[in-house]
Design a protein around this ligand. Structure first.
Ligand code: NAD
Length: 463
């Protein structure tokens, strides 16, 4: 038997087991789901040192960064969901229409069944476990495929999740494209994919064969706009934080900077100060500055530095796979760095005169996953948020809209479809089943074909 048919057989066996488990009704108990989530939090806490080591190995993440952007955010998500799950799972009564007098309507959230989660490498813990939490809360079983480009975390997830869940509930299948491809041939009840736009298309095409619903958490070029009335010093710190965390390998990182010409020089010099205060004079040697995930990505990013005028950074270390926080001025849309998502510590800068220029520029490109605006003016904030479409964004900060369970997180257009976090995760992984309980106490005969006045009455009721 060759490798791919072996993988396929293994996947089919897992799916079979998970389906039997679903059909046995074992995931229906809310107490059991709550218990699983509590156990998950407990085990994750006990594995904190291993999680830190794996993130250091895969991406050289510092403990602070790993806790805040990976483990901490997931623990908070579990806590948030556990507190509210009993309320969310209850059938919701809804009003009935005049034509339905005497009946009762309910919306009953039910699990989809068996869910496939495919995760990327850049936040290899959070982006695998956070959707898993939503899927379990909603009563699904899960097949999780972590990224092969974060091998330490992939192996750890298999071990840790294996301690919390039986394979009837959650199974982690490690591997790359060949495993993903084999998984996508199968019929799942829901697919949750986080990754690039191109692979998103492949996932959606495969899902369409079985009409499987999907959430696609993709990427794109997220603009960061700094208006002349912004608090420049504060903006610089917050932008440097959002751009250079995880060496820029963050789906919602500001991709490029669009700054009003009157404050450009001031902002650029404040950016230098901010970066120096975070990573010192020599970021390449800073122990907590992230590394680029692979040689391929490293080469791609370094090639971007050949255009425009470098005003900060520009150096790299191919042994360590590190690239300095690099700011490039005098950038135009026809340069390679503006033709794809950067996903690294290279920061192109463009200047503008009027906001209309920015609005037209953003509109003429695919809808971004995130958008950041720095401005003190309410009307500018309103103009930008109302006239542009983007997945989500933060005014006067970066990344923060992602880190709250109260805001749905997801893209729009090419940056993705569907959303999750908090209640939105529960909704994403639940089918909302509509049930109408009709009365048998009386029967309106006017709806039947034999009724004389049917049409007249119906026209009165349905207008
Ligand atoms: P990727 O699309 O290359 O890989 C994601 C996952 O898909 C991996 O598990 C990989 O094994 C699998 N995969 C790769 N090629 C495949 C194929 N041909 N068929 C089926 N599966 C395949 O993405 P990545 O490089 O891991 O992550 C970077 C991208 O993800 C960026 O574009 C980034 O913006 C995006 N991203 C989005 C979010 C979000 O929440 N919206 C979060 C993180 C990353």
């Amino acid at each position: 038997m060759n490798d791919s048919s072996h993988i396929r057989q293994e996947i089919e066996a897992h799916l079979q087991r998970q389906r039997c488990y679903q059909e046995g009704g074992y995931t229906r108990s809310v107490s059991k789901r709550l218990d699983r989530l509590a156990r998950l939090a407990e085990v994750l806490k006990s594995y904190e040192p291993d999680i830190m080591v794996a993130l250091r190995q895969d991406l050289n993440k510092s403990e602070l960064e790993s806790y805040t952007t990976e483990l901490g955010i997931v623990l908070e998500e579990i806590r948030h969901i556990r507190r509210r799950l009993r309320r969310w799972v209850k059938p919701r009564k809804v009003k009935t229409a005049l034509t339905h007098v005497g009946s009762k309507g309910y919306i009953v959230p039910e699990p989809y069944g068996t869910v496939l989660i495919i995760a990327p490498w850049n936040y290899p813990f959070q982006l695998a476990v956070s959707p898993l939490v939503g899927a379990i809360a909603a009563g699904n079983t899960v097949v999780l495929k972590p990224s092969e480009l974060a091998p330490a975390m992939s192996a750890l997830l298999k071990r840790v999740l294996g301690e919390v869940f039986s394979e009837d509930e959650v199974v982690v299948l490690e591997g790359g494209v060949e495993v993903s491809t084999a998984l996508l041939e199968q019929k799942f009840d829901y697919i949750f994919f986080t990754g690039s736009v191109n692979v998103g298309r492949i996932v959606m095409e495969a899902a369409s064969k079985h009409l499987t619903p999907v959430t696609l958490e993709l990427g794109g070029k997220s603009p960061c706009i700094v208006h002349y009335d912004a608090d420049v010093k504060l903006a610089a710190r917050r932008i440097a934080f959002g751009k250079f965390t995880n060496a820029g390998q963050t789906c919602v990182a500001p991709d490029y900077l669009w700054v009003h010409k009157d404050i450009k020089e001031e902002l650029l010099s404040e950016l230098k100060i901010a970066v120096q205060s975070f990573y010192g004079e020599r970021p390449l040697q800073h122990p907590d500055y992230g590394r680029i995930v692979s040689r391929r990505h490293f080469d791609r990013l370094v090639s971007f530095t050949g255009n425009g005028r470098i005003v900060m950074g520009g150096d790299s270390d191919e042994e360590l796979l590190k690239i300095e926080p690099t700011v490039i001025d005098q950038v135009t849309w026809d340069m390679p760095m503006m033709k794809e998502e950067i996903f690294g510590p290279v920061f192109p800068v463009m200047e503008y005169d009027s906001l209309d220029q920015v609005i037209q520029g953003v509109r003429s490109h695919p809808k971004p996953l995130a958008l950041y605006l720095f401005s003190e003016s309410r009307s500018v904030q309103q103009q930008v948020t109302e006239s542009l479409s983007f997945g989500g964004g933060t005014i006067n900060d970066t990344l923060m809209h992602l880190a709250t369970p109260y805001l749905p997180f997801g893209g729009v257009g090419e940056s993705g479809m569907g959303s999750y976090h908090g209640y939105e995760s529960f909704k994403t992984f639940s089918h909302e089943k509509s049930v109408l309980v009709q009365t048998t106490r009386f029967d309106f005969t006017f709806r039947y074909p034999s009724s004389k006045h049917a049409l007249k009455i119906m026209k009165k009721l349905l207008k």
